[in-house]
Design a binder for this molecule. Structure first.
Ligand code: NAI
Ligand code: AKG
Length: 395
């Protein structure tokens, strides 16, 4: 049996996903010393020395802020994610979050949890206590969404169906996302406008430099008195300090978030969930299957779909002998690569080259086997970040 590809699995990954990596070709597990690839959910890979053997990283989810993407790009290692695969799960939890806030559900549940079962006045206590938890309805209220990607668009659609008014802000909205939005969604021109107008504000952006502290001490003041802020994006997108100050001043009504930092605990106006957004059977399976399929196609065929740091590249196999090269997006790389191949007497059968920002990626199918020496020649070209030989596996 040919040597199996080694996949280090850093978190619990749905079995349905792991099964996409058949055991005759792949070894998967938590204790793999020289992995070819890594499968991860939320584990913080910034704290880890990513072994030199790693050729690809698959994030079974959306956000990649737990992965050192820049360092991986410099090594020619693509980081795959699973766009949209957990979006419905997050959308449903955002709806739950709005209802938790509007109907005072966490306080109400706490009240009921404290009732004494065999007291004869139980019913009276329930009826007497309930007025404390009276709330308001979502229909007719305004929801502002920052980030109209996979999740933001689903939240917008669901909120419209619940009778809410929706406005959204996303300066880089994709054409597909814009097409998917209900026509009733109003376009906002800034985060400030969203904060000013909406009674509920839900954030659905990645954590990057530009979104860090997106809601902060300066702009939280723009929110309507009693408004609800929902953060299912990431810790860091909202300033905890700004939230605590605004809540203490009686300005912000409630904060609902999926990231329970120490500062946010034990505050009855804050609803903290333990990063549960994507924790449904369906989302875990969708993410794991999508990312395992992408990893496998990359490891075996060099094809790339849904990498956050590489262009999408796919070429049907027309030859048994394929070379995959990641290189800096600078002039004359293709010339040097094809010269190295020609020197070795290799005839190019088919080829595709694409770039994205500083990164370029090339697949070359040749008519005969490629030696280690040719691969080393290509790898030695200045600007080549990685070069792999991918002979077609039988089956
Ligand atoms: N709580 C949880 O368990 C989960 C959290 N997430 C978080 O939600 C984020 C969004 O996920 P998806 O919607 O799937 O990603 P996505 O990539 O489909 O959408 C993100 C959107 O944010 C927009 N954006 C980026 N910077 C912006 C800015 N400064 N202002 C306004 N819009 C901006 C982008 O243009 C894009 O349309 C993820 O990056 C992750 O951090 C995602 C899944 C689960
Ligand atoms: O895998 C998880 O549970 C986290 C999901 C998430 O935060 C994401 O997909 O960005």
């Amino acid at each position: 049996m040919a040597e199996r590809l080694q996949v280090l699995v850093l978190n619990e990954i749905s079995e349905n996903g792991l099964q996409r990596l058949p055991s005759d070709r792949y070894a998967t597990g938590k204790n793999i010393a020289a992995p070819d690839a890594v499968l991860v959910r939320s584990a913080d890979m910034h704290k880890m020395d990513v072994p030199a053997s790693v050729r690809a990283i698959g994030r079974a989810g959306a956000g990649t802020n737990n992965i050192p993407v820049k360092a991986m790009s410099a090594r020619g290692v693509p980081v795959f994610n699973a766009p949209g695969a957990n979006a419905n799960a997050v959308k449903e939890l955002v709806l739950a979050g709005m209802l938790l806030a509007a109907r005072n559900l966490s306080g109400a549940l706490h009240f009921v949890g404290g009732l004494v079962p065999d007291r004869p006045d139980l019913e009276k206590t329930v009826e007497g206590g309930k007025s404390t938890y009276a709330g308001y309805e979502l229909a007719g209220r305004t929801l502002g969404i920052v980030g109209l990607g996979k999740i933001g668009c689903l939240v917008a659609d669901a909120a419209i169906k619940l009778g809410m008014n929706v406005l959204g802000y996303d300066p880089d909205i994709t054409v597909d996302a814009a097409w998917s939005l209900p026509s009733q969604v109003r376009k906002a021109g800034s985060v400030a406008e969203v904060l000013r107008v909406a009674q509920f504000v839900s954030l659905h952006v990645p954590l990057v430099d530009a979104t860090r502290d997106m809601v902060n001490a300066q702009n939280i003041r723009l929110m309507q008195p009693g408004a609800v802020l929902l953060n299912f994006s990431r810790e860091g997108v909202v300033s905890d300090e700004a939230v605590l100050t605004s809540l203490a001043a009686g300005h912000l009504g409630r904060y609902v978030c999926d990231f329970p930092s120490a500062a946010l605990l034990r505050n009855d106006r804050i609803v903290c969930l333990p990063h549960l957004g994507a924790s449904t059977r369906e989302a875990e399976e969708n993410c794991a299957v999508m990312v395992a399929d992408q990893l496998r196609d990359y490891l075996e065929n060099g094809n790339i779909a849904n990498a956050v740091n590489f262009p999408s590249v796919s070429m049907a196999r027309e030859s048994e002998y394929r070379v995959a090269i990641a290189n800096a997006n600078v002039p004359n790389m293709l010339g040097q690569i094809s010269t190295a191949m020609a020197r070795a007497g290799l005839n190019i059968h088919n080829m595709v080259n694409k770039s994205r920002g500083d990164m370029a990626y090339t697949l070359v199918d040749v008519d005969s086997a490629v030696s280690d020496a040719v691969l080393a020649d290509i790898g030695a070209i200045e600007g080549v970040l990685s070069a792999r030989y991918l002979p077609h596996l039988p089956g």
